[in-house]
Each structure stands twice: as structure tokens, then as C-alpha cells.
Design a protein around this ligand. Structure first.
Ligand SMILES: O=C[C@H](O)COP(=O)(O)O
Length: 222
């Protein structure tokens, strides 16, 4: 049985994510493919990277990536669906956990360890359940099925809600989501492209630089 969790134990998002509200989601064929892409993203100013458990050896490779980026970026582990996965990711040093679903026991693992959790939810009922279980922010997934307008709708009944859209968020959607009140945006394919599968790192650099510029400009203007 999943234990209820007091919202008072909710963890805050990192300063890195608050300052530059983009999470780059990496889904690779092998963990070693992360290295050059993470280096490039962080060089361009991306400060939050989410690895995914569909990539073999992700947890084993996490300490190597932490050594590569140092304090320049936080590295989270996503696609977590079980308490065991959550514990293993935490033990390997995950800075945060991301789940495609809301499972209160996984959120509780993060809270116990002091590691922020971003659980996935879509409907208002799911979003509310994720938030009250102690999410640092609720991952709205898959975000492209609802669009940025949905974020504004959620703020009506849930004015304190923190949310992060994920899934199909294009670079051209980032501004609308942040203006709708998102804490941050989570972007995989549209940012990373084919860079994890031998694609151009220069093209990745261009997309990452453009993305960083966009969110920094929005912060200055808001
Ligand atoms: O699990 C994947 C993330 O939600 C990112 O999705 P995306 O590649 O559509 O941006």
C-alpha cells in the first residue's frame, strides 16, 4: 500500500533548474553514448540533464557523468517506475528522479533521501494526486497532447502547482509553456535530435545555444 505523504515534506527544485529552466532528456542506445552529448549540452549552458532507464547501464554510468560535468549541471534519472529503480538511482547519485506515472511509493523514496521527484501525470485528478504525494513539480506527460494552454487551465484550481511539461515539447513551444507558468520544460528529441546516434554535435550545439538564449531572454523580460 502506498503511504500518504505530507505536502509539507515537498522538496524544492534546484537552483540550477530555477536559473535555467530546461531539462534535456537523453534516451540513447548505450550509456557511453551519453558522454559527448552531455559534454556539449553543458558547454552550451544546459544545467539539467535527465538520463533514462530505457538506456542500458544508465545507473552504472551515472557517476562517470557526474565526474564529467562537476557542479555545472544536475543529472537526474528518468523513466523510473518502481521503488527499486528509485533506490538504485538515488544510491548512484541521481540529483532528481523522473517518472512517467504517479506512484506515491516512488515519490516517498525520493523524499526519504532528500532527492526531488518529478512524477508524470496528465489529467487534473492525476496531477493533484502527484502534487499531494509530495512532487517537487508534476511532469505533465505527454504534454503535446494538451498544449501549453493546459498549463494555464491547471493554474486556476491549483494556483500553487509547480509543473514541467514533457513529451513532444518542441523548441518553439518552450516560450508558451514558460509563460503558462511552467517551472521548467523537459525536451528530448527536439533538442537532442540524432546526436545520441552519431548525428552532428555542431547541430546539437546550435540547438542548445538557441534554447539557452531563449530561456535566458524570457527571464530577463519577465
Ligand atoms: O520520455 C521522454 C521525454 O518525455 C521527452 O520526450 P520528447 O523526446 O518528445 O521531448
Amino acid at each position: 500500500m502506498d503511504a500518504p505523504t505530507s505536502p509539507s515534506s515537498r522538496l524544492e527544485p534546484s537552483a540550477l533548474l530555477r536559473e535555467r529552466p530546461v531539462i534535456a532528456v537523453l534516451r540513447a542506445d548505450a550509456a557511453r553514448d551519453y558522454d559527448a552529448v552531455v559534454d556539449t549540452l553543458v558547454e552550451c549552458g544546459i544545467r539539467s540533464v535527465e538520463l533514462t532507464l530505457t538506456t542500458p547501464e544508465t545507473i552504472e554510468h551515472l557517476p562517470t557523468l557526474h565526474r564529467r560535468v562537476g557542479a555545472a549541471a544536475e543529472i537526474g534519472v528518468g523513466t523510473i517506475t518502481s521503488e527499486d529503480q528509485a533506490r538504485r538511482a538515488i544510491d548512484a547519485g541521481a540529483d532528481y528522479l523522473v517518472t512517467p506515472i504517479t506512484r506515491p511509493s516512488v515519490i516517498a523514496e525520493g523524499l526519504r533521501a532528500g532527492v526531488p521527484v518529478y512524477p508524470g501525470a496528465l489529467t487534473p485528478t492525476e496531477v493533484h494526486a502527484a502534487w499531494t504525494a509530495g512532487a517537487t513539480a508534476v511532469k505533465i506527460f505527454p504534454a503535446s497532447t494538451v498544449g501549453a494552454e493546459y498549463g494555464g487551465h491547471l493554474r486556476g484550481p491549483f494556483p500553487d502547482l509547480r509543473f514541467v511539461p514533457s513529451g513532444g515539447v518542441g523548441l518553439s513551444d518552450i516560450e508558451a509553456w514558460l509563460r503558462a507558468g511552467a517551472l521548467a520544460v523537459s525536451v528530448g528529441g527536439p533538442l537532442v535530435g540524432d546526436a545520441l546516434r552519431g548525428g552532428s554535435l555542431e547541430d546539437l550545439r546550435a540547438r542548445a545555444t538557441q534554447t539557452v538564449q531563449l530561456v535566458d531572454d524570457l527571464r530577463v523580460r519577465s
